[in-house]
Design a protein around this ligand. Structure first.
Ligand code: AMP
Length: 137
């Protein structure tokens, strides 16, 4: 799509550090990493959000994630990793071309040091689950 930075990367119109490419998916280093080896995995075709991307394409993207996982971990001596997909600006999505952040982690690195878990008040989990099931039909 015109003006999309990730489409431009997929088409080779702007430079990137590509680490793995298949006919449908691409993995390249994030230009502003939050840890060494922070990699983005994208479908080459343009879809803004996860739920707009065909499941078969997502399967290829996930296959690339699984292939790079041990390689990136070994390359940067990481202990673990997070796989993150921001969808919508309220969730932190800036580039509107679906992408997964592969974030290598080391014990105690403090990359994500806030996980604001809470407990539902009585009845609220049931109410929310019912609402979701109604939406699903
Ligand atoms: P998000 O906030 O989930 O939309 O993340 C977009 C990510 O794309 C950010 O982590 C940026 O650092 C990264 N990014 C933006 N432009 C480029 C680029 N030209 N090459 C590599 N990564 C990029």
């Amino acid at each position: 799509m015109a003006g999309c930075v990730f489409c431009a990367i997929a088409e080779g119109k702007i430079p990137s550090q590509k680490v793995l490419e298949t006919p449908t998916a691409l993995a390249f280093l994030d230009i502003n990493p939050i840890s060494d080896g922070h990699t983005l995995i994208i479908p080459k075709a343009h879809y803004e959000r996860l739920d707009a991307c065909p499941p078969a394409v997502l399967a290829d993207v996930m296959a690339v994630a699984c292939r790079i996982a041990p390689a990136v971990k070994a390359a940067v001596q990481a202990d673990a990793y997070n796989l993150l997909c921001n969808n919508g600006s309220a969730a932190g999505q800036v580039v509107e071309h679906v992408h997964f952040h592969f974030i290598p982690r080391k014990s105690g690195d403090g990359v994500f040091n806030r996980w604001p878990a809470f407990q539902y008040p009585a009845g609220k989990a049931q109410q929310i689950a019912d609402a979701i099931r109604r939406q699903l039909g």
